[in-house]
Design a protein around this ligand. Structure first.
Ligand code: GTP
Ligand code: MG
Length: 147
């Protein structure tokens, strides 16, 4: 079975955009309405991370993944994950800051938010608009999924 990485994060955080750049797909993104399996990436609707009613579904789907990507939008003024959220999952998680290119981006703040839910795990700072950090993240994911 092919190993997979799963996107977790609030509505509009840039999960689907990140899926597209990681897969090299050139298509406009739409709001994600349901779980979507794209090759080695699992995309989730932001509502699944925002509403605890969906946590059970999120957990069940996560069992199909080898690694979780906790997505934090650099322009967002709060975290959407509860404290220690990543520790509640049995597989490793890494943090990804999105929209680092944005004029309202605050990357340091985004990293602090991720630290609350992720602890000391690795964090990658990215922009799908400029491709910043995308290659490094891609290579790291390939490495994790090869193990
Ligand atoms: N400036 C900038 N905008 C981005 C970036 N990544 C995503 N966006 C924009 O953010 C908006 C939301 O992106 P999506 O990828 O649809 O977000 P999502 O997390 O999949 O949202 P849901 O499907 O609702 O959960 C879109 O307008 C994207 O163009 C980025 O790196 N930089
Ligand atoms: Mg989406």
């Amino acid at each position: 079975m092919m190993k997979k990485a799963m996107m977790i994060g609030p509505v509009g955080a840039g999960k689907s955009t990140l899926v597209k750049v990681l897969l090299g797909v050139d298509q406009p993104v739409r709001k994600t309405q349901a779980l979507e399996f794209h090759d080695w990436l699992i995309d989730t609707p932001g509502e699944y991370s925002e509403n605890p009613l969906y946590y059970r579904t999120l957990m069940a789907t996560a069992l199909e993944a080898q690694v979780l990507l906790l997505i934090q939008d650099a322009t967002r003024e709060r975290s959407c994950f509860p404290f220690g959220f990543a520790q509640g999952f049995p597989m490793p998680a890494i943090g990804v800051v999105t929209k680092a290119d944005h004029p309202d981006a605050n990357v340091e703040r985004a990293i602090l938010f991720l630290r609350e839910s992720l602890g000391e795990r690795e964090i990658y700072v990215t922009s799908a608009a400029t491709n910043k950090g995308i290659r490094t993240l891609f290579e790291r994911l390939i490495e994790i999924m090869r193990d």
